[in-house]
Structure formats: structure tokens, C-alpha cells
Write a protein that binds this ligand. Structure first.
Ligand SMILES: NC(=O)C1=CN([C@@H]2O[C@H](COP(=O)(O)OP(=O)(O)OC[C@H]3O[C@@H](n4cnc5c(N)ncnc54)[C@H](OP(=O)(O)O)[C@@H]3O)[C@@H](O)[C@H]2O)C=CC1
Ligand SMILES: CC(=O)N[C@@H](CCC(=O)OP(=O)(O)O)C(=O)O
Length: 344
């Protein structure tokens, strides 16, 4: 299989290379750039000197059309223009940005502050939350890979809401991310001296993943609701921990919530239900495509605390994108992704 990566020099692109290099069905990888045409990739990333020896190529339609799969890992607002002419031209397109996730174009423009992609290409795109949309992903030519936070939040909440075990009308979600979630372009808030030894909230009640989570709750659990969702930056490189709070429906027990999650994911190798809080942490999934989930019910308040952890760059980005490619090519979902978490 011949694979092209646009945005290869970014964090998502580098993770795609890390996994695709070991993917048994991928025999050729070409890397594309908007700013560094002709630069030898390994001259920028010395740790890949024995692995990738090709120069970065200019983004061009005639080159991209020839691939079996094109991954795009670029800032929002790029693929809304780049990809529509490629849809249906041959390659499977897997976009890691937010440009094709929101079906409501006005919502995209309001939350991202950018011009939306053409309506027909947004309609054709398939939301790539692998465990919940497998059959549509199999047929898709354009996949909108989910955001990192929505992946963590939705995987933990969807089974419980779909089975009406928790009340979806008052969901409060508190999420925290490592700094690589912000990409490789430094900013004031990601500057080491300001992020280190600091914990901060950002995009208060305005995060662009709010409409994405609400849309997916409607799409997969048939619940139309509004959520309270806030995000925090933690001084570490990788990882997301999302904690959701919801009232438990009358008569429902913690054991039933755990059983529901276990049943929902029993055939899904990357989803693990954890029952001991000491065994849950971002280091337990770091570097891997796993999503670990814990649920606990506070008997005093009858509220559930639902916690999930992922590596934002793997299950939250490149790993899930490759999982989707595996589905499209009828490969086992774990192909090329069967790695042990770093832990330390
Ligand atoms: N980081 C994360 O945890 C996650 C990120 N995402 C999303 O995935 C996408 C990539 O994220 P990430 O890798 O972190 O971002 P980075 O900022 O690390 O990298 C983005 C890459 O895009 C390329 N690029 C920049 N501008 C343009 C342009 N105008 N046209 C084409 N390419 C361009 C750059 O490479 P070059 O200059 O060589 O072209 C750059 O290296 C983003 O949309 C992000 O929101 C989604 C889930 C998780
Ligand atoms: C820590 C950090 O800044 N994370 C980014 C992750 C979002 C992202 O990746 O953007 P899209 O999914 O919308 O493309 C953020 O919160 O905006």
C-alpha cells in the first residue's frame, strides 16, 4: 500500500510515520510539506536518519492522486480547501483536522472562526470514531478523524448514554491535556517557563470540541443535549484525562454501569475497562492506541464519575487514523498498532 502524509513535520505526522513504518501492509510512505520542499526529512528529525531518507515533497494534486491512502495532519482551515478536489479521485482520505467533522457548516464557522469546507464534501465525510462507526468507515472515501478530547469523552460516555443508564441532560466534563495537543508551533501558553509547574484552564466554555461531542451524542446515542465541557493544560507532553459527571438513572447501580461498558467493548481490543483507580493514568496508555475507562458511583449523590485516558497523539490522532485505514482495507484493527504503552 502506498501512503502519502501531508503535514508530516507536525506531531500528528511524526506519529503517523512512527506507526506506519512498522505497518505490514504499507510498503511506501511519501511526505509532503507546505513550507520545506526538498528538505531531507532526516535532516530535520535526526532520530529518523536510518528510517526515512526521502526529501519532503511539494503538495500537488497529481502526486496525491496516486496514493492508496492520504493522511492530512494540518491545522484547521487547510484541508477544507485541499481535499474536496481529491474526493472520489482514488485515494482514501483520512483527515486529522477538524475541517470535516461538523455537519453543520455554520457551526464549524462559528466555533473554528474559519470558512467551512464545501457542503457536499462535508456530507460525504464519515466521522472516524472507529468503535462506533465501523461499517460506514469501511465504505468511506473521506474520513473526518475525531478530535482528541471527543475521542476520550465519547468512548466513555456513549455506551452509558445509549443504554440510558445515566442522565444526558446535565453532563459536566472536565478534561486535561498534555502540551503536545497544541501542536508543534510554540505559543505563550505552551512556552516551557509558563506551562511548567502550572495548571491552567483555557477556551473556557468555548472549546471547538463542544459541538463535536454534542453532534456525536446525537449521532450514536440519539440524544440531543448541551454539555458543559472545559479543558485544562497540564505540564506534561502527552496524554488526556477526561472526567465526566452525570446523574445515574433511578435504580441503576455501579455494577450495571461497569457491565454496560464491558459489554459494549468486549470485542474492541483498544478499549479497556479499569476497576481499580490505581491502575488508571495517562502513563498506562502513553504511546499506545488504548483508551482506558473507569466508572464509579457516589452513593451519597447518586452521581457517576466517569474517567477516560488516551494518548492524544495516538488514539486521539494518528493511531485512530491508522485504525480507520485498517478498517477501510479489511485488515485487523490492531495491524501496525499492537504496541505496549510506555508506562514510565
Ligand atoms: N496534537 C494533537 O494531539 C492532535 C491534533 N489534532 C489535529 O491534527 C492536526 C495536526 O495537528 P498537529 O500535528 O498537532 O499540528 P502541528 O502544528 O504539530 O503540525 C501541523 C503541520 O501542518 C503543516 N502545515 C501548516 N500550515 C499548513 C498549510 N497552510 N498547508 C499545508 N500544511 C500546513 C506543517 O508542516 P509544513 O510546514 O511542513 O507544511 C505542520 O508541521 C490539527 O488540525 C490538529 O488540530 C487532532 C487530534 C489530536
Ligand atoms: C492542548 C491543546 O491545545 N489541545 C488542542 C487540541 C485540539 C485539536 O487538536 O484541534 P482540533 O481537534 O479541533 O483539530 C485544543 O484544545 O485546541
Amino acid at each position: 500500500m502506498k501512503v502519502g502524509i501531508v503535514g508530516a513535520t507536525g506531531y500528528g505526522g511524526l506519529e503517523l510515520i512512527r506507526f506506519l513504518h512498522n505497518h505490514p501492509a504499507v510498503d511506501r510512505i511519501e511526505l509532503f510539506t507546505s513550507s520545506e520542499e526538498g528538505v531531507l526529512f532526516s535532516s530535520k528529525f535526526g532520530h529518523l536518519v536510518t528510517i526515512v531518507d526521502t526529501p519532503l515533497k511539494k503538495i500537488a494534486y497529481d502526486a496525491l492522486e496516486k496514493f492508496d491512502v492520504v493522511f492530512t495532519s494540518t491545522p484547521s482551515g487547510v484541508t477544507s480547501e485541499l481535499l474536496p478536489p481529491l474526493v472520489g479521485k482514488g485515494p482514501k482520505l483520512i483527515d486529522l483536522s477538524g475541517d470535516f467533522r461538523l455537519k453543520d457548516l455554520a457551526s464549524y464557522e462559528a466555533w473554528y472562526g474559519k470558512k467551512a469546507a464545501p457542503a457536499n464534501s462535508v456530507q460525504q465525510s464519515v466521522y472516524g470514531l472507529t468503535e462506533w462507526n465501523t461499517e460506514r468507515i469501511r465504505q468511506a472515501t473521506l474520513i473526518a478523524n475525531p478530535g482528541c478530547y471527543p475521542t476520550a469523552v465519547l468512548l466513555s460516555l456513549l455506551p452509558l448514554i445509549k443504554e440510558r443508564l445515566i442522565d444526558p441532560s446535565f453532563l459536566v466534563i472536565d478534561a486535561k491535556s498534555g502540551i503536545s495537543g497544541a501542536g508543534n508551533k510554540p505559543s505563550q501558553t505552551t512556552h516551557f517557563s509558563e506551562a511548567n509547574e502550572n495548571l491552567s484552564i483555557y477556551k473556557v466554555n468555548t472549546h471547538q470540541h463542544i459541538p463535536e461531542i454534542e453532534q456525536a451524542l446525537s449521532m450514536f446515542a440519539h440524544v440531543d443535549t448541551t454539555i458543559t465541557f472545559n479543558t485544562h493544560l497540564i505540564p506534561m507532553t502527552r496524554g488526556i484525562l477526561a472526567t465526566s459527571y452525570a446523574s445515574v438513572m433511578p435504580g441503576i447501580t455501579e455494577a450495571q454501569l461497569i457491565a454496560c461498558l464491558k459489554t459494549a467493548y468486549e470485542k474492541h481490543p483498544f478499549l479497556r475497562i479499569v476497576t481499580d483507580a490505581n491502575s488508571l493514568g495517562t502513563n498506562r496508555v502513553k504511546g499506545s492506541n488504548y483508551c482506558d475507562i473507569l466508572v464509579n458511583v457516589d452513593a451519597r449523590t447518586n452521581r457517576a464519575t466517569i474517567v477516560s485516558v488516551i494518548d492524544n497523539l495516538v488514539k486521539g490522532a494518528a493511531g485512530q487514523a491508522i485504525q480507520n485505514m485498517n478498517v477501510q482495507f479489511d485488515l485487523p484493527q490492531t495491524t501496525g498498532l499492537d504496541v505496549v504503552p510506555f508506562f514510565i
